[in-house]
Design a protein around this ligand. Structure first.
Ligand SMILES: Nc1ncnc2c1ncn2[C@@H]1O[C@H](COP(=O)(O)OP(=O)(O)OP(=O)(O)O)[C@@H](O)[C@H]1O
Ligand SMILES: [Mg+2]
Length: 317
């Protein structure tokens, strides 16, 4: 399942706030890197100057528009609208120094930073430039980018803003760059969205709504991740035996844990019914930061049983 994801050029990790997008992006990227693929882990943050959650999860020494190596086969970059604008001007203006000079113009800077669409364009343009980079022998320098999108709106904005820009400026260098970006983003052989969610009713409902929105903007969905799955120690038989036992008892201390397991099971069922893409469970682990990312990536690399939740020893009850 993961193999098909790794054949893409861009894997976009999206989902609602706080569901684990950054953690999942880092774990996916590390897992791909461990199987020998060169991976570029990309942070797309609306607040480029603020602290980088992703850099600290993979131990990147800097979080900026320069690509930095962080582990074997794994490098990290934080996209910058300004860098994108610079690359764009460099490509469209006849000489490099003119681009530098243009960017020093305060009026131009203010213009580029003013509209959110132009900011998104800058980010998209830097990403395209990174994906276009080639080794002298023609191989892509970054064959696979795993992108941590800050919030749901961004995946959609990436796909809708270019379209609105296209209607304003269909021709010329901006139009060409935008079309190239849209072609990439909407091509299921090159782009895959991984929707991350939590195994609870509301997050799953929100995710199913998102599946529809992605369809509307033409972004290809590749997989859904149910993150923070509670460990389920029961076989169907032991579960049935427990139910029978509990019928003769009143309320018990394990009730909440059992109810949570039930909600997780229902979440999995609803998600599977609502979207045909593969579904992965990522366990809730009693770890944080880099240790959490490392362990999740190990679980991703080791063969999992279909969509089964791996039962890590560290899983919290
Ligand atoms: N599988 C997991 N097990 C335990 N804790 C987890 C797991 N996944 C994520 N977390 C914790 O949940 C919190 C939120 O995770 P994360 O920052 O990755 O979410 P996010 O979706 O990127 O949030 P935001 O929308 O703010 O960017 C973090 O404290 C992280 O350590
Ligand atoms: Mg995040």
């Amino acid at each position: 399942m993961l193999e098909s994801l790794w054949s893409r050029r861009a894997v976009l990790v999206s989902g609602k706030g706080g569901v684990g997008k950054t953690t999942v992006s880092a774990a996916l990227a590390l897992a791909a890197a461990r199987t020998g693929r060169p991976v570029l882990l990309v942070e797309l943050s609306p607040d480029e100057g603020g602290p980088s959650a992703l850099a600290s999860l993979v131990g990147a020494r800097e979080a900026g528009p320069r690509v930095v190596p962080v582990a074997p086969n794994l490098s990290f970059v934080r996209l910058s609208a300004q860098e994108g604008h610079r690359l764009f001007l460099e490509e469209t203006l006849p000489v490099k120094w003119l681009a530098e000079a243009a960017l020093r113009s305060r009026a131009l800077r203010r213009f580029l930073e003013a509209g959110p669409a132009l900011k998104e364009m800058g980010l998209l343009f830097q990403m395209l430039a990174l994906l276009r980079r080639k080794h002298p022998d023609g191989r892509a320098v970054h064959p696979l980018a795993v992108v941590d999108l800050p919030a749901t709106g961004h995946a959609l904005a990436l796909a809708t803003l270019p379209r609105s820009i296209l209607s304003l400026m269909p021709g010329g260098p901006v139009g060409r760059a935008v079309r190239e970006g849209l072609d990439l983003l909407q091509d299921p052989s090159r782009t895959g969205v991984v929707l991350t969610t939590l195994p609870e009713p509301l997050p799953v409902s929100e995710t199913l709504a998102l599946v529809e929105e992605l369809k509307d903007v033409g972004l290809p969905l590749s997989a859904a991740v149910l993150n923070r799955m509670p460990e389920d120690p029961f076989t169907p038989e032991s579960r049935a035996a427990l139910e029978r036992l509990l019928e003769t008892h009143g309320p018990h201390r394990g009730q909440r844990a059992l109810e949570r397991l039930e909600r997780a099971r229902e979440a999995r069922r609803r998600l599977a019914a609502g979207t045909p893409v593969p579904q992965w469970g990522m366990p809730e682990l009693a770890l944080t930061g880099m240790a959490l990312v490392e362990r999740l990536s190990e679980l991703l690399v080791s063969p999992l049983e279909g969509a089964a939740v791996p039962s890590g020893q560290e899983a919290t009850p």
